[in-house]
Design a protein around this ligand. Structure first.
Ligand SMILES: NC(=O)c1ccc[n+]([C@@H]2O[C@H](COP(=O)([O-])OP(=O)(O)OC[C@H]3O[C@@H](n4cnc5c(N)ncnc54)[C@H](OP(=O)(O)O)[C@@H]3O)[C@@H](O)[C@H]2O)c1
Length: 381
Protein backbone atom coordinates (compact mmCIF):
# COMPACT_ATOMS: atom_id res chain seq x y z
CA UNK A 1 0.00 0.00 0.00
CA UNK A 2 1.43 3.33 -1.11
CA UNK A 3 0.46 6.06 1.37
CA UNK A 4 1.05 9.62 0.11
CA UNK A 5 0.42 8.60 -3.50
CA UNK A 6 -0.99 12.08 -4.23
CA UNK A 7 2.32 13.83 -3.48
CA UNK A 8 5.19 14.49 -5.86
CA UNK A 9 7.44 11.54 -4.95
CA UNK A 10 4.43 9.35 -4.14
CA UNK A 11 3.16 9.93 -7.70
CA UNK A 12 6.52 8.91 -9.19
CA UNK A 13 6.61 5.82 -6.95
CA UNK A 14 3.11 4.91 -8.14
CA UNK A 15 4.27 5.26 -11.76
CA UNK A 16 7.25 3.01 -11.07
CA UNK A 17 5.04 0.34 -9.49
CA UNK A 18 2.55 0.61 -12.35
CA UNK A 19 5.35 -0.06 -14.84
CA UNK A 20 7.46 -2.60 -12.89
CA UNK A 21 5.50 -4.44 -10.18
CA UNK A 22 4.96 -8.10 -11.17
CA UNK A 23 1.40 -8.90 -12.29
CA UNK A 24 0.99 -11.03 -9.18
CA UNK A 25 1.63 -8.08 -6.85
CA UNK A 26 -1.59 -6.74 -5.40
CA UNK A 27 -1.19 -3.10 -4.41
CA UNK A 28 -3.27 -0.05 -3.55
CA UNK A 29 -3.09 3.74 -3.51
CA UNK A 30 -3.72 5.54 -0.23
CA UNK A 31 -3.87 9.11 1.00
CA UNK A 32 -6.08 11.64 2.69
CA UNK A 33 -7.87 13.01 -0.37
CA UNK A 34 -10.09 10.64 -2.39
CA UNK A 35 -10.48 12.96 -5.38
CA UNK A 36 -6.70 13.34 -5.76
CA UNK A 37 -6.27 9.56 -5.42
CA UNK A 38 -8.78 9.04 -8.25
CA UNK A 39 -6.73 11.47 -10.37
CA UNK A 40 -3.52 9.48 -9.72
CA UNK A 41 -5.28 6.20 -10.59
CA UNK A 42 -6.65 7.62 -13.88
CA UNK A 43 -3.17 8.86 -14.78
CA UNK A 44 -1.65 5.43 -14.12
CA UNK A 45 -4.39 3.73 -16.16
CA UNK A 46 -3.41 5.68 -19.29
CA UNK A 47 -0.10 3.75 -19.42
CA UNK A 48 -1.20 0.53 -17.68
CA UNK A 49 -4.93 -0.23 -18.09
CA UNK A 50 -4.82 -2.77 -15.23
CA UNK A 51 -4.28 0.17 -12.85
CA UNK A 52 -7.89 1.29 -13.46
CA UNK A 53 -8.81 -1.42 -10.91
CA UNK A 54 -6.34 -0.31 -8.18
CA UNK A 55 -8.07 -0.07 -4.78
CA UNK A 56 -8.12 3.40 -3.23
CA UNK A 57 -7.84 3.74 0.55
CA UNK A 58 -8.55 7.03 2.25
CA UNK A 59 -7.22 7.99 5.69
CA UNK A 60 -5.93 11.10 7.43
CA UNK A 61 -2.94 10.69 9.72
CA UNK A 62 -4.99 12.32 12.50
CA UNK A 63 -7.43 9.36 12.45
CA UNK A 64 -5.57 6.61 14.35
CA UNK A 65 -8.29 3.98 13.82
CA UNK A 66 -8.35 4.51 10.03
CA UNK A 67 -4.55 4.40 9.89
CA UNK A 68 -4.56 1.17 11.91
CA UNK A 69 -7.11 -0.30 9.42
CA UNK A 70 -4.73 0.60 6.56
CA UNK A 71 -1.80 -1.15 8.24
CA UNK A 72 -3.94 -4.20 9.04
CA UNK A 73 -5.08 -4.48 5.42
CA UNK A 74 -1.64 -4.97 3.81
CA UNK A 75 1.73 -6.72 4.22
CA UNK A 76 3.91 -3.74 3.24
CA UNK A 77 3.28 -0.01 3.67
CA UNK A 78 5.21 2.56 1.63
CA UNK A 79 4.95 6.06 3.09
CA UNK A 80 5.82 9.20 1.14
CA UNK A 81 3.82 11.53 3.42
CA UNK A 82 6.42 13.95 4.78
CA UNK A 83 7.77 15.95 6.55
CA UNK A 84 7.80 12.75 8.59
CA UNK A 85 8.29 14.43 11.97
CA UNK A 86 4.88 16.07 11.33
CA UNK A 87 2.92 13.29 9.59
CA UNK A 88 4.88 10.04 9.89
CA UNK A 89 4.38 8.63 13.39
CA UNK A 90 0.81 7.23 13.17
CA UNK A 91 1.71 4.86 10.32
CA UNK A 92 4.89 3.62 12.02
CA UNK A 93 2.89 3.05 15.23
CA UNK A 94 0.18 1.14 13.33
CA UNK A 95 2.70 -1.02 11.43
CA UNK A 96 4.66 -1.84 14.61
CA UNK A 97 1.43 -2.87 16.32
CA UNK A 98 0.07 -4.97 13.48
CA UNK A 99 3.35 -6.61 12.32
CA UNK A 100 3.21 -4.92 8.91
CA UNK A 101 6.45 -4.09 7.08
CA UNK A 102 7.08 -0.39 6.44
CA UNK A 103 9.39 1.66 4.19
CA UNK A 104 9.78 5.43 3.81
CA UNK A 105 12.02 8.17 2.46
CA UNK A 106 12.90 10.05 5.58
CA UNK A 107 16.21 11.82 5.97
CA UNK A 108 15.10 13.26 9.34
CA UNK A 109 17.34 11.91 12.15
CA UNK A 110 14.99 13.09 14.92
CA UNK A 111 12.08 11.13 13.42
CA UNK A 112 14.14 7.96 13.02
CA UNK A 113 15.48 8.13 16.60
CA UNK A 114 12.03 8.89 18.02
CA UNK A 115 10.50 5.94 16.14
CA UNK A 116 13.28 3.69 17.48
CA UNK A 117 12.62 4.84 21.06
CA UNK A 118 8.85 4.41 20.76
CA UNK A 119 8.31 1.41 18.46
CA UNK A 120 11.47 -0.65 17.90
CA UNK A 121 10.81 -3.09 20.75
CA UNK A 122 7.14 -3.48 19.78
CA UNK A 123 8.07 -4.10 16.12
CA UNK A 124 10.59 -6.75 17.19
CA UNK A 125 7.77 -8.52 19.02
CA UNK A 126 5.18 -8.16 16.24
CA UNK A 127 7.66 -9.09 13.47
CA UNK A 128 7.32 -5.75 11.62
CA UNK A 129 10.37 -4.54 9.66
CA UNK A 130 10.45 -0.74 9.94
CA UNK A 131 12.91 0.46 7.30
CA UNK A 132 13.45 4.22 7.02
CA UNK A 133 15.59 6.11 4.47
CA UNK A 134 14.90 3.93 1.41
CA UNK A 135 15.63 6.71 -1.12
CA UNK A 136 18.71 8.72 -2.11
CA UNK A 137 18.85 9.16 1.67
CA UNK A 138 20.48 6.61 2.34
CA UNK A 139 20.47 3.63 -0.04
CA UNK A 140 23.50 4.51 -2.23
CA UNK A 141 25.70 4.84 0.89
CA UNK A 142 24.16 2.11 3.02
CA UNK A 143 24.16 -0.48 0.22
CA UNK A 144 27.32 1.04 -1.27
CA UNK A 145 29.15 0.41 2.03
CA UNK A 146 27.77 -3.14 2.17
CA UNK A 147 28.84 -3.77 -1.45
CA UNK A 148 32.34 -2.40 -0.71
CA UNK A 149 32.75 -4.41 2.50
CA UNK A 150 31.72 -7.57 0.63
CA UNK A 151 34.67 -7.08 -1.79
CA UNK A 152 37.16 -7.07 1.14
CA UNK A 153 38.56 -9.98 3.15
CA UNK A 154 36.55 -11.02 6.21
CA UNK A 155 37.62 -10.24 9.78
CA UNK A 156 39.90 -7.23 9.05
CA UNK A 157 39.67 -3.60 10.27
CA UNK A 158 38.08 -1.36 7.60
CA UNK A 159 38.32 2.44 7.23
CA UNK A 160 35.73 3.60 4.70
CA UNK A 161 35.11 7.06 3.23
CA UNK A 162 32.16 8.03 1.02
CA UNK A 163 32.31 10.97 -1.45
CA UNK A 164 29.01 12.16 -2.96
CA UNK A 165 28.69 14.11 -6.22
CA UNK A 166 25.21 14.84 -7.52
CA UNK A 167 23.18 17.11 -9.72
CA UNK A 168 19.46 17.58 -9.14
CA UNK A 169 16.68 19.95 -8.07
CA UNK A 170 14.50 19.40 -5.03
CA UNK A 171 10.73 19.28 -4.46
CA UNK A 172 8.58 21.35 -2.12
CA UNK A 173 8.21 18.34 0.20
CA UNK A 174 11.99 17.90 0.46
CA UNK A 175 12.48 21.64 1.06
CA UNK A 176 9.91 21.69 3.88
CA UNK A 177 11.41 18.55 5.42
CA UNK A 178 14.89 20.17 5.34
CA UNK A 179 13.46 23.27 7.06
CA UNK A 180 11.94 21.06 9.77
CA UNK A 181 15.30 19.31 10.32
CA UNK A 182 17.21 22.60 10.56
CA UNK A 183 14.61 24.22 12.81
CA UNK A 184 14.65 21.32 15.31
CA UNK A 185 18.37 20.62 15.78
CA UNK A 186 18.17 20.85 19.59
CA UNK A 187 15.23 18.42 19.81
CA UNK A 188 17.08 16.06 17.46
CA UNK A 189 20.21 16.10 19.65
CA UNK A 190 18.12 15.36 22.74
CA UNK A 191 16.38 12.38 21.14
CA UNK A 192 19.68 11.07 19.71
CA UNK A 193 21.24 11.19 23.19
CA UNK A 194 18.28 9.25 24.67
CA UNK A 195 18.72 6.59 22.02
CA UNK A 196 22.51 6.39 22.52
CA UNK A 197 22.00 5.83 26.23
CA UNK A 198 19.94 2.66 25.85
CA UNK A 199 20.71 1.18 22.42
CA UNK A 200 22.93 -1.92 22.74
CA UNK A 201 26.40 -1.71 21.12
CA UNK A 202 28.11 -4.61 19.35
CA UNK A 203 30.19 -6.76 21.67
CA UNK A 204 33.90 -7.27 20.88
CA UNK A 205 33.77 -5.02 17.79
CA UNK A 206 34.31 -1.30 17.31
CA UNK A 207 32.22 0.89 14.95
CA UNK A 208 32.99 4.61 14.71
CA UNK A 209 31.88 7.64 12.72
CA UNK A 210 34.75 9.99 11.86
CA UNK A 211 33.69 13.58 11.16
CA UNK A 212 36.62 14.47 8.86
CA UNK A 213 37.70 17.93 7.66
CA UNK A 214 37.39 19.81 4.38
CA UNK A 215 40.28 18.74 2.16
CA UNK A 216 41.33 18.21 -1.43
CA UNK A 217 40.62 14.70 -2.72
CA UNK A 218 41.64 14.67 -6.36
CA UNK A 219 40.34 11.15 -7.13
CA UNK A 220 36.86 12.18 -5.89
CA UNK A 221 36.72 15.36 -8.01
CA UNK A 222 38.34 18.20 -6.02
CA UNK A 223 37.63 19.78 -2.63
CA UNK A 224 35.34 17.82 -0.33
CA UNK A 225 33.45 18.91 2.78
CA UNK A 226 32.01 16.76 5.63
CA UNK A 227 28.31 16.12 4.83
CA UNK A 228 26.23 15.90 8.03
CA UNK A 229 23.19 14.07 6.61
CA UNK A 230 21.50 10.97 8.05
CA UNK A 231 23.51 8.78 5.65
CA UNK A 232 26.55 8.21 7.87
CA UNK A 233 24.23 7.23 10.74
CA UNK A 234 22.62 4.59 8.55
CA UNK A 235 25.98 3.19 7.36
CA UNK A 236 27.18 2.95 10.97
CA UNK A 237 23.95 1.28 12.13
CA UNK A 238 24.37 -1.38 9.46
CA UNK A 239 28.00 -1.85 10.54
CA UNK A 240 26.92 -2.30 14.18
CA UNK A 241 24.31 -4.90 13.22
CA UNK A 242 26.39 -7.00 10.78
CA UNK A 243 29.59 -8.82 11.83
CA UNK A 244 30.72 -8.80 8.16
CA UNK A 245 31.87 -5.17 8.63
CA UNK A 246 34.74 -6.55 10.73
CA UNK A 247 36.30 -5.97 14.17
CA UNK A 248 37.03 -2.24 13.71
CA UNK A 249 34.96 -0.27 11.18
CA UNK A 250 34.99 3.50 10.62
CA UNK A 251 33.10 5.69 8.18
CA UNK A 252 33.37 9.37 7.06
CA UNK A 253 30.91 11.00 4.71
CA UNK A 254 31.76 13.89 2.37
CA UNK A 255 30.14 16.06 -0.30
CA UNK A 256 32.31 16.72 -3.36
CA UNK A 257 32.29 20.48 -3.98
CA UNK A 258 34.94 20.66 -6.73
CA UNK A 259 36.93 23.93 -6.86
CA UNK A 260 37.86 25.64 -3.57
CA UNK A 261 35.61 28.75 -4.09
CA UNK A 262 32.60 26.47 -4.70
CA UNK A 263 33.33 24.67 -1.43
CA UNK A 264 33.54 28.01 0.40
CA UNK A 265 30.17 28.97 -1.14
CA UNK A 266 28.55 25.70 -0.06
CA UNK A 267 29.80 26.11 3.53
CA UNK A 268 28.58 29.73 3.67
CA UNK A 269 25.16 28.91 2.14
CA UNK A 270 24.70 25.90 4.45
CA UNK A 271 25.59 27.96 7.54
CA UNK A 272 23.22 30.76 6.42
CA UNK A 273 20.33 28.32 5.86
CA UNK A 274 20.86 26.71 9.29
CA UNK A 275 21.05 30.13 11.01
CA UNK A 276 17.84 31.40 9.32
CA UNK A 277 15.98 28.17 10.09
CA UNK A 278 16.50 28.80 13.84
CA UNK A 279 14.20 31.86 13.68
CA UNK A 280 10.49 31.06 13.31
CA UNK A 281 9.62 34.15 11.17
CA UNK A 282 12.56 33.47 8.80
CA UNK A 283 11.54 29.80 8.61
CA UNK A 284 7.98 30.82 7.65
CA UNK A 285 9.33 33.14 4.95
CA UNK A 286 11.67 30.44 3.58
CA UNK A 287 8.74 27.99 3.61
CA UNK A 288 6.89 30.21 1.13
CA UNK A 289 9.63 29.79 -1.47
CA UNK A 290 8.39 26.31 -2.45
CA UNK A 291 4.97 24.71 -1.98
CA UNK A 292 4.47 21.08 -0.91
CA UNK A 293 3.37 19.00 -3.91
CA UNK A 294 5.57 20.76 -6.50
CA UNK A 295 8.79 19.28 -7.89
CA UNK A 296 11.26 19.28 -10.77
CA UNK A 297 9.91 18.83 -14.32
CA UNK A 298 10.70 15.69 -16.37
CA UNK A 299 13.23 17.80 -18.35
CA UNK A 300 15.00 18.91 -15.15
CA UNK A 301 14.97 15.34 -13.81
CA UNK A 302 16.43 14.01 -17.06
CA UNK A 303 19.54 16.16 -16.45
CA UNK A 304 20.03 14.78 -12.91
CA UNK A 305 22.74 12.28 -11.93
CA UNK A 306 24.64 11.05 -8.89
CA UNK A 307 27.97 9.37 -8.25
CA UNK A 308 29.23 8.05 -4.89
CA UNK A 309 32.87 7.03 -4.62
CA UNK A 310 33.73 4.79 -1.72
CA UNK A 311 37.39 4.47 -0.72
CA UNK A 312 38.23 1.60 1.65
CA UNK A 313 41.49 0.83 3.42
CA UNK A 314 41.67 -2.65 4.88
CA UNK A 315 44.52 -4.95 5.79
CA UNK A 316 47.10 -2.93 3.80
CA UNK A 317 44.94 -2.77 0.64
CA UNK A 318 43.02 0.12 -0.90
CA UNK A 319 39.77 -0.50 -2.77
CA UNK A 320 37.65 2.06 -4.63
CA UNK A 321 34.04 1.41 -5.60
CA UNK A 322 31.47 3.59 -7.32
CA UNK A 323 27.69 3.74 -7.10
CA UNK A 324 25.94 5.81 -9.77
CA UNK A 325 22.63 6.52 -11.40
CA UNK A 326 20.27 9.17 -12.79
CA UNK A 327 18.18 11.86 -11.09
CA UNK A 328 18.98 11.26 -7.40
CA UNK A 329 16.10 12.91 -5.57
CA UNK A 330 13.11 11.64 -7.52
CA UNK A 331 13.68 9.31 -10.50
CA UNK A 332 16.13 7.04 -8.68
CA UNK A 333 14.56 7.65 -5.26
CA UNK A 334 11.13 6.39 -6.37
CA UNK A 335 12.85 3.36 -7.95
CA UNK A 336 14.80 2.61 -4.74
CA UNK A 337 11.68 2.99 -2.60
CA UNK A 338 9.43 0.85 -4.81
CA UNK A 339 12.10 -1.87 -5.18
CA UNK A 340 12.56 -1.89 -1.38
CA UNK A 341 8.83 -2.50 -0.91
CA UNK A 342 8.79 -5.24 -3.58
CA UNK A 343 11.85 -6.79 -1.94
CA UNK A 344 10.12 -6.94 1.47
CA UNK A 345 6.97 -8.33 -0.15
CA UNK A 346 8.51 -10.99 -2.41
CA UNK A 347 12.13 -11.87 -1.55
CA UNK A 348 13.68 -14.34 0.85
CA UNK A 349 15.31 -12.16 3.51
CA UNK A 350 17.15 -12.52 6.84
CA UNK A 351 14.89 -13.28 9.83
CA UNK A 352 14.96 -9.88 11.51
CA UNK A 353 12.39 -7.41 12.83
CA UNK A 354 12.24 -3.97 14.46
CA UNK A 355 13.74 -0.75 13.09
CA UNK A 356 16.33 -1.89 10.53
CA UNK A 357 18.50 -0.17 7.94
CA UNK A 358 17.99 -1.13 4.26
CA UNK A 359 21.30 -3.08 4.27
CA UNK A 360 20.31 -5.05 7.38
CA UNK A 361 16.70 -5.73 6.33
CA UNK A 362 17.32 -6.49 2.65
CA UNK A 363 21.08 -6.46 1.93
CA UNK A 364 22.10 -8.46 -1.14
CA UNK A 365 18.51 -9.05 -2.33
CA UNK A 366 17.94 -5.30 -2.66
CA UNK A 367 21.40 -4.81 -4.17
CA UNK A 368 20.50 -7.31 -6.92
CA UNK A 369 17.15 -5.61 -7.56
CA UNK A 370 18.72 -2.14 -7.86
CA UNK A 371 21.45 -3.37 -10.21
CA UNK A 372 18.77 -5.00 -12.37
CA UNK A 373 16.89 -1.70 -12.35
CA UNK A 374 19.93 0.19 -13.70
CA UNK A 375 21.71 1.58 -10.63
CA UNK A 376 25.38 0.77 -10.97
CA UNK A 377 27.54 -0.67 -8.16
CA UNK A 378 31.09 -1.41 -9.38
CA UNK A 379 34.70 -1.79 -8.29
CA UNK A 380 36.85 0.86 -10.00
CA UNK A 381 40.32 0.13 -8.54
N1 LIG B 1 16.43 12.04 -0.70
C1 LIG B 1 15.39 11.33 -0.37
O1 LIG B 1 15.56 10.26 0.09
C2 LIG B 1 14.03 11.89 -0.63
C3 LIG B 1 13.65 12.15 -1.94
C4 LIG B 1 12.38 12.63 -2.19
C5 LIG B 1 11.52 12.91 -1.13
N2 LIG B 1 11.93 12.69 0.14
C6 LIG B 1 11.02 12.97 1.28
O2 LIG B 1 9.74 12.44 0.99
C7 LIG B 1 8.74 13.27 1.55
C8 LIG B 1 7.71 13.62 0.48
O3 LIG B 1 8.26 14.52 -0.45
P1 LIG B 1 7.38 15.08 -1.65
O4 LIG B 1 8.19 16.08 -2.37
O5 LIG B 1 6.78 13.96 -2.40
O6 LIG B 1 6.23 15.86 -0.80
P2 LIG B 1 4.78 16.31 -1.26
O7 LIG B 1 4.68 16.37 -2.73
O8 LIG B 1 4.47 17.54 -0.47
O9 LIG B 1 3.82 15.10 -0.78
C9 LIG B 1 3.47 14.90 0.56
C10 LIG B 1 2.39 13.85 0.64
O10 LIG B 1 2.01 13.70 2.01
C11 LIG B 1 0.61 13.78 2.10
N3 LIG B 1 0.22 14.27 3.42
C12 LIG B 1 0.68 15.40 4.02
N4 LIG B 1 0.08 15.52 5.22
C13 LIG B 1 -0.75 14.45 5.37
C14 LIG B 1 -1.63 14.02 6.40
N5 LIG B 1 -1.75 14.70 7.53
N6 LIG B 1 -2.35 12.87 6.20
C15 LIG B 1 -2.19 12.16 5.07
N7 LIG B 1 -1.38 12.53 4.06
C16 LIG B 1 -0.66 13.65 4.22
C17 LIG B 1 0.20 14.73 0.98
O11 LIG B 1 -1.18 14.57 0.71
P3 LIG B 1 -2.01 15.66 -0.18
O12 LIG B 1 -1.65 15.38 -1.61
O13 LIG B 1 -3.41 15.32 0.14
O14 LIG B 1 -1.57 17.02 0.26
C18 LIG B 1 1.10 14.20 -0.13
O15 LIG B 1 0.56 13.02 -0.67
C19 LIG B 1 9.46 14.48 2.14
O16 LIG B 1 9.62 14.28 3.53
C20 LIG B 1 10.81 14.47 1.46
O17 LIG B 1 11.84 15.04 2.22
C21 LIG B 1 13.17 12.19 0.42
Amino acid sequence: MLFGATGFTGGLTAEYLAAHAPETTRWALAGRNREKLEGVRSRLATTNPRCAELPLLQAHTGDAAAIRDLADSTRVVISTAGPYILHGEPLVAACAASGTDYVDLTGEPEFVDLMWLRYHAQAERSGARIVHSCGFDSIPYDLGALFTVEQLPEGVPIALEGFVSARGTFSGGTFHSALEIMGRLRQAQRVAAQRREIEPRPKGRRVRGIRGKPHEQSDAGGWVVPFPTIDAQNVLRSARALDRYGPDFSYSHYLVAGPLPVMAGIIAAGAGFVALAQLAPARDLLGRLKDPGEGPSPEQRAKGWFRVRMVARADGTRLVTEISGGDPGYGETSKMLAESALCLAHDELPERAGQLTPAVAMGDALLARLRNAGIEFKVVE
